[in-house]
Design a protein around this ligand. Sequence first.
Ligand code: PAF
Length: 279
Amino acid sequence: MKVFQSSGQIHGEINFLKEQGKTIGLVPTMGALHKGHIRLIERALISCDVVVCSIFVNPLQFNNPEDYNKYPSTIANDTKLLEEIDCHFLFHPNYEQVYGQSEPREYDLGNLNEIMEGSYRPGHFQGVANVVMRFFEIIQPDMAFFGLKDYQQYMVIKRVTQQLMPDIQIIGVDTIRDEKGLAMSSRNLRLSEEEYSSAVKVPALLKKAGLRLEKYTIPQTKTWFEKQVNKLPHLRFEYIEFADANTMVPVDRIEKKQSVRVFTAFYAGEVRLIDNMAI
Ligand code: PAF
């Protein structure tokens, strides 16, 4: 695996490969790689000739500075994992290499910036859009791969890419869960044993929330879910929302044939976790 820290160098190498007709896949990450990331890279390796994994903890997308400071960094282990699965390129730039002297841009994120993660984490999606668009300029991928655990982020990236770089295909890859059902996240590394024991109960509650809609309304189900989460030791409920999977407009009632997902965010101790699933 080739490791690049310079944007100019990887850009040059990719240009050379593209001239030879190679297709390029990009898997952007913030490191602390886990099985969810590995699945994204494996998926990229199936569809593209050359796969680039980027590792960059992007300060622009952290609305909470403590969260940024505590973000796990495991670069030696990440490099080893990427080598084991035959990823071709690792791009591990510093801030200067990604943004240079340029000011952050303001993207049109529509309603995605107003709901759920958009409203609870002001500035987060602008930060994500800035870094992903910057990586797209540097790497010029044919396809880029994102986990559906961050479904709203996936929709943000699809929207901005469609507006500005419509030739890039955005591929969403299903959430990978650990043996107890918790969605894989680099943040899980920060959970104590007790926090983990409570957090692993949330995916089953979320699934049950979907099933309860056969008998109860969405507002009733939201109240039920909030109570269940807050009953679990160390957990603090933040939100539950049901939204149309295509438009992301929150719904209070599901129309026939409408495809809807249920979304939640909660704290386990100091660690903020999110999850979502189709219902
Ligand atoms: O999902 C993530 O890890 C990050 O938000 C991403 C897409 C790598 C941008 O920094």
